[in-house]
Design a protein around this ligand. Structure first.
Ligand code: ADP
Length: 404
């Protein structure tokens, strides 16, 4: 008898922010994207859903003040109109903070919901928004399994020496104050792809992956597992980012409050929204704008790039302590996947690790092209690997849905 082609297995992936909702339907067997879009300005003036379907861009307007539930209701209508519902097997949710509860993706039930709720103290901007998305999706897709995929889960393999702050231990014991790390889904995905690239089992591979987008973090991956990462209790720690300062002297708090009369809210705003590339360049948080200005001779822009790259190179070098041996340095995220300038500036400072940039290969590995950007004769390679967090979420949700 001829084999029946198996029916497609589609997963709806939702990533809910406080005023936005990113969505996509992916084929969990081929990774093909069926539809993708973004609902923005949710809960405020002129909310809007923009989406791409069959190669064409569309948009839907929502009424003023409508928020996540309305966006999901419109999404359900769209899914029904385009006959996309019949192949859906699960909904996968990106959840920012899983605390110490979650070391892997899980099927959402009441216990999981209450654990995500409890963790909201550690991610007050993100987890409540993620919960809104989950509840709205549970209401809209009653029969589908809902799966949570956590940004922190991959880093739960970090040892105590990496995740504890040198603070009174009771803050950790009683309040969970420790380093958690973020971008875990991305670091996990690119590590898997890098292992395929160098043709070595992931569980025998050592990588340092640099996820450089609006938020930036580096992860030390030993035998396929995260052993250290640069973000901490919150995504503010570590590298210089678009608008975030990254690590600073905590004594700055006292200076800002006592000498300049800053409030806690003003300090939070300064460190999260006015610092980083934007703060130093006094121009923009967007790497492209800064690179163009630097090429045109803008000294503040050049300084911003230099500080960004110096801090990144220093962090990468520090991760040789837990790793001891490195197979490859990985660049990903909007900046990592596209900025040949930043990659070259970083690699040039890391020659002592055995890295040597190949300028031609570096220029070619942009706009979605993966590739090795060091010479094949180098002992350690640098790779550019476009990340795909949606795919990890779709894959995990499909695996968990099939187990039910
Ligand atoms: P997010 O963290 O919000 O997902 P992205 O991963 O999309 O962000 O990264 C956004 C960053 O990528 C911005 O700073 C943007 O300037 C940068 N970027 C995108 N394309 C390029 C490019 N061709 N050259 C340099 N930087 C780029």
């Amino acid at each position: 008898m001829p084999m029946q082609p198996s029916s497609p297995q589609h997963v709806l992936v939702l990533n809910c922010g406080s005023s936005s909702l990113k969505f996509a339907i992916l084929d969990a067997t081929t990774s093909a994207e069926i539809i993708s879009g973004l609902a923005e300005r949710l809960g405020s003036h002129s909310p809007l859903i923009k989406y791409k379907f069959q190669g064409e861009k569309h948009q839907l307007e929502l009424a003023d003040g409508q928020a996540h539930a309305a966006a999901i209701a419109s999404l359900v209508q769209l899914i029904n109109e385009q006959h996309l519902a019949s192949h859906l097997i699960a909904v996968g949710h990106r959840v920012v903070h899983g605390g110490e509860h979650f070391t892997e993706s899980v099927l959402i039930d009441d216990n999981v919901l209450s654990a995500i709720e409890k963790t909201a103290a550690l991610a007050p901007l993100h987890n409540p928004a993620n919960l809104l998305g989950i509840r709205a999706a549970q209401h809209a897709f009653v029969t589908l399994p809902q799966v949570a995929v956590f940004d922190t889960a991959f880093h739960q393999s970090m040892p105590k020496v990496a995740y504890l702050y040198a603070l009174p231990y009771s803050l950790y014991r009683e309040h969970g104050v420790r380093r958690y790390g973020f971008h875990g889904t991305s670091h996990y995905y690119v590590a898997g792809e890098a292992a395929k690239f160098i043709k070595k089992p992931l569980l025998e591979s050592n990588f340092i992956s640099a996820h450089l987008g609006n938020g930036c973090s580096v992860c030390a991956i030993k035998n396929g597992k995260s052993v250290d990462t640069s973000m901490g209790l919150t995504p503010l720690e570590g590298l210089v980012m678009g608008t975030r300062s990254g690590s600073i002297d905590p004594g700055l708090f006292t200076f800002l409050t006592q000498q300049l009369n800053y409030s806690v809210e003003q300090i939070d705003d300064l460190l999260n929204k006015k610092s980083g590339l934007l703060g130093i360049s006094e121009l923009s948080n967007d790497c492209r704008t800064i690179e163009e200005a630097a090429v045109a001779g803008n000294q503040q822009a050049l300084l911003a790039l230099d500080i960004f790259c110096y801090r990144l190179a220093k962090q990468i070098a520090a991760y040789m302590v837990p790793l001891q041996r490195l197979d490859a340095l990985i660049f990903t995220g909007g900046i990592g996947e596209n900025s040949d300038i930043i990659r070259e500036k970083v690699i040039t400072q890391l020659g002592f690790l055995g890295l040597n940039c190949d300028p031609q290969a570096n220029l070619q590995a942009r706009f979605g092209n993966a590739g090795m950007i060091t010479k094949p004769s180098n002992t350690v390679s640098a790779l550019v690997i476009p990340t795909n967090e949606e795919w990890v979420i779709a894959h995990d949700a499909a695996v968990i849905a099939k187990e039910q």
